[in-house]
Design a binder for this molecule. Structure first.
Ligand SMILES: [Mg+2]
Length: 240
């Protein structure tokens, strides 16, 4: 059998598993859209606005993305630089608040398209009356800033469960967001499929018992994805 045929039949199996799943559970950043560069820009604008003499380039941001959560990321960088007194919780919270405002403004200004194939997979699921959910470590405000322009103000009605960073105690790679989604959907983990772009996301879903489909993204394309159902470049490969 040719490599193309092997690849196609593997994708047929993935398409079938997606169509049969009790629910499709999506990560947001890097999976629904390539938002990380906009997050990075918003952090850099927040540092300027709060008179903090930092600038995060792509290389350092890639390292910082190992840390889930904006406030946690600011603190991790503060600890890495080891000069001057550490930033207080209040300062970190203020920088993060400004960053969140800048992110929303940048999204409203420029927008960020859904990744290729995402819309087709969402539409196909809805036409099958299959449930959709979101499990993310970004904030609700950030999800709204991303999805309202591309899916409409009523985007939340498309999803049977939306669980964000604010809703659980521990962020990915802890399984909390997935466990909360599963409890809201009242479905067994193994009957669902998670769609993720990072090793952290893969670990979070796997720890909750949810099988994972990976779509490689800008920042996490070289993560280790051992244990994933499949690793795709984007969802056009399985959109039918
Ligand atoms: Mg992600």
């Amino acid at each position: 059998m040719s490599l193309a045929l092997v690849k196609n039949s593997a994708f047929d199996d993935i398409r079938r598993r997606i169509a049969d799943a009790g629910a499709l559970i999506f990560d947001v950043d890097g999976t629904l859209a390539e938002t990380e560069e906009i997050h990075r820009e918003a952090f850099n604008e927040a540092f300027v606005a709060t008179a903090i003499d930092w600038h995060w380039g792509r290389r350092i941001y890639k390292e910082l993305l190992r840390v889930a959560g904006g406030k946690e990321r600011i603190r991790a960088f503060d600890q890495m630089r080891r000069s001057g007194p550490p930033l207080s919780d209040a300062v970190i919270a203020r920088v993060h608040r400004v960053k969140t405002e800048r992110f929303a403004a940048l999204m409203a200004d420029k927008g960020c398209p859904l990744r290729p194939g995402v819309r087709a997979v969402l539409d196909a699921a809805r036409s099958r009356e299959q449930r959709l959910a979101i499990a993310t470590t970004t904030t609700r405000g950030n999800i709204d800033a991303l999805l309202a322009p591309v899916l409409g103000e009523q985007w939340e009605t498309m999803f049977a469960a939306v669980v964000a960073a604010d809703d659980v105690a521990r962020k990915k790679p802890a399984p909390d967001v997935y466990l909360e989604v599963l409890s809201q959907l009242d479905l067994p983990a193994a009957s669902c499929i998670a769609i993720e772009d990072s090793g952290n996301g893969l670990m979070a879903a796997t720890r909750a018992g949810v099988p994972v489909l990976i779509t490689r993204s800008l920042y996490f394309h070289d993560d280790s994805f051992d244990g994933a159902l499949a690793v795709l470049d984007d969802l056009t490969e399985i959109a039918s």
